[in-house]
Design a protein around this ligand. Sequence first.
Ligand code: SIN
Length: 524
Amino acid sequence: MIRTMFARTLFNRTTTSLHLHHSLRCSYSRKMSTETESVVAGIKKAGLFQTKGFIGGKWIDAYDGKTIEVNNPARGDVITSVACMGERETQDAISSAYDAFGHWSKLTAADRSNRLRNWYNSLIEHKEELGQLITLEQGKPLKEAIGEVVYAASFIEFFAEEAKRVYGDIIPSTLPDRRLFVLKQPVGVVGAITPWNFPLAMIARKVGPALACGCTIVIKPSELTPLTALAAAELAHQSGIPPGVLNVVMGDAAKIGTSLVESPQVRKITFTGSTAVGKKLMAGSAETVKKVSLELGGNAPCIIFDDADLEVALKGTLATKFRNTGQTCVCANRVLVQEGIYEKFTSAFSNAVQNLKVGDGFSEGVVQGPLINEAAVLKVESFVQDAVSKGAKVLLGGKRHSLGFTFYEPTVIGDVKNEMLIARQEVFGPVAPVIRFKTEEEAIQIANDTNAGLAAYIFTNSIKRSWRVSEALEYGIVGVNEGLVSTEVAPFGGFKQSGLGREGSKYGLDDYLEIKYVCMGNMA
Ligand code: SIN
């Protein structure tokens, strides 16, 4: 009963599911273009074009032979078809991970560390091909895609180092003949469900700490972007990660997700994606009392105070808003500008946004790629229409791009109110809604008036204000005079409904560890 209810609701395909946007497929059915063919040929030559699932160290077709198409969002053509897996393949992947756990968790930390380090080296060595795969299936500009590979690899490197620092504790005893200590042990098999917006980095941020601690893992990448995950699995295999330690299954999101969540052998679920899906995973995990880490949606305010350095604020806002064509959960979702600088900022900002070159991520100079699919464009369009119908003004853009497919014009919308849909939900597109405010108190009130609490940004030249406002913001991440804050060495995660747990940094290990207290008596 629970199983059916859960399967029905878990991956209910709605247009509000942000990161797991696999709902409305564009009606792409065109054959591979010659440009796509030549990129694919290069990746094949490097041995990194995999289309089967990876279970127990073997490349496996779906048991019923089903496949699913992977499309290029910029050109509208089919890149390839990959195995469309479901429950049975997931069960086998879980069993492989379960069997591999005994061996992997008992290797020395130094051994696990070396293998992770090898994997890091090979990710960097193949950053061009992996970047091309990301651009091909996700659409982001090639330079940004290669940047994602380096960012992803940094998590593997960082956790290769941290593997050697999983220390326990000795507790001063309350009795003379007792010795008390704390061991940290890997939780076991991890189910990782990852999104399409960062096809490699969101995997690396989960696999790095999991493997470093001694856990084994079953990854379900988004079916929109499985190719990068499969290539990374091939490199992990070549780097000495033993069979069963890292498995990849993709295809039917509902069946795979449900199998991972319901399996008693899976001891932890880690998920990056929409808040709606995250809540369902959390509820489903209650049945087997799994550990859960959730990195969910944001609604980031980017607050520009009158006393900000205009150049710094422009650069930072541009970077946080338009990274990955607005498709990150830490993208500025609301730009709050103080009244004294409002006209000057919006005019300079619109000018800067106008210069962002839109196009196919493989074209020279392009900094804004397509949106992931038609559903994403429809959502952006509906938010813009709603805002305009309620009195907001389009200062720039505001419509689909003449390039067609899923391209949307970089857009700035003024006179937005915090009650509008565009300020309540994640836009996940290249649209900057600008809200005017009068005082610092009002800015904080508007910024915190949301269920989300992932990232926030402030631009000010006052040290006192930067400290005061950072403390007042109900967010897990605050950028002060900086729009790009993500790094492997700092904790990433949110307050309120933006999630649970932290990824990256020394804190990123905690979610993959159990704490065991050992009491040794009669020691006198
Ligand atoms: C995300 O959008 O989920 C991650 C963004 C980041 O790591 O900066």
